[in-house]
Design a protein around this ligand. Sequence first.
Ligand SMILES: Cc1cc2nc3c(=O)[nH]c(=O)nc-3n(C[C@H](O)[C@H](O)[C@H](O)COP(=O)(O)O)c2cc1C
Length: 141
Amino acid sequence: MIGAGRGTLHQIIFSSRAARCLSSDDIWLLCDRSWQRNAAEQVTGLFLCDGARFLCALEGERKVVENTFARIMSDGRHFGVDILSRRDVRHREFDRSPMSCLLFQDHAGVANVLDSVKSSVANLTDIKSRAYFIGFAKFLR
Ligand SMILES: Cc1cc2nc3c(=O)[nH]c(=O)nc-3n(C[C@H](O)[C@H](O)[C@H](O)COP(=O)(O)O)c2cc1C
């Protein structure tokens, strides 16, 4: 469980495209390392990937989120990073875990993914941000 933190809480939501066709193993490795770093730095968020595109959210203390995002921006595994939302938040709006990773590459169990995505974004106050994630999950149906 990750607490509210002391400084200003900042949230960034971005999309990007995979630089090459990533295997499930590649993506789980990426998630695993990211999860560990986020846990150490009290960054919460959500990570969706369909093998070709990413849609991610990061939130935590502003400076930490900025540094994490700078690292992500220079990661050669993706390109075309598009910031969809960047704002300060009063409370953590994502589940209080370092990063929920939802990968749906083979489209199996997409209905379950959609349910998981809906519950992961249920506390988002910005309706557009909620729609980005639900739309991403729905588009695969
Ligand atoms: C789409 C995408 C999302 C990522 N999300 C995170 C994240 O939430 N946290 C994180 O620490 N690294 C994330 N990474 C990985 C970072 O770019 C970087 O590889 C990682 O932080 C390890 O950095 P290091 O090699 O300097 O330790 C992400 C990478 C990609 C391509």
